[in-house]
Write a protein that binds this ligand. Sequence first.
Ligand SMILES: [Zn+2]
Ligand SMILES: [Zn+2]
Length: 191
Amino acid sequence: MTAGTRQSSSPFDDFVERLKRTPPSCLSNCVVEPAELPEYWDNNPTSAWKTRCHCGGEKGRLLGFSLNDFNPEYDGPLLLVSPLAFECAACMERTAFLDTDIHGYHADIDRRAGIRGGSCKIRGSGEPTAFLCPGCANNQFTLVTAFVFWNADALAEEFEHRCEDLFNVFLCYASCCRCGGVTKPTDFGKL
Ligand SMILES: [Zn+2]
Ligand SMILES: [Zn+2]
């Protein structure tokens, strides 16, 4: 880079850029492309991805498990817990993309240590539920998934491999194919 064209980036800037450009391995069965984070989140590094079926199909059902079925004390709007999957409207295949027992900072650190510990989050099992648009009850969406990295300076120093898998917050933005409304069907913090 020629001096004066741009301020030279620090190793930490390069690391943040790498996080932004490398999809976490939970998306490895999906076709992804970088997206803008649909809303301001916080000052931590993030990455965001248009998330599609491996066939390229971008519309489909979002499958997960209703938090209310696994935590009867919850009585808010429909929120999904993992495992999450995308069922493509074009080829009908279901592609899993987030399981809190396997993905996210604490689950990944446990796996690196050879433990299947996972997070303490509530996790569903059985036949999944399809998310419905709260605006129009449609079940077809396009998805943007996003990841927030806390303590990125520690990540940059302590880990060489798969730093992009060490996210602390997973965000999912579902855009309704009928009314265009964008909803966040999940609420995963402190992963
Ligand atoms: Zn497909
Ligand atoms: Zn809708």
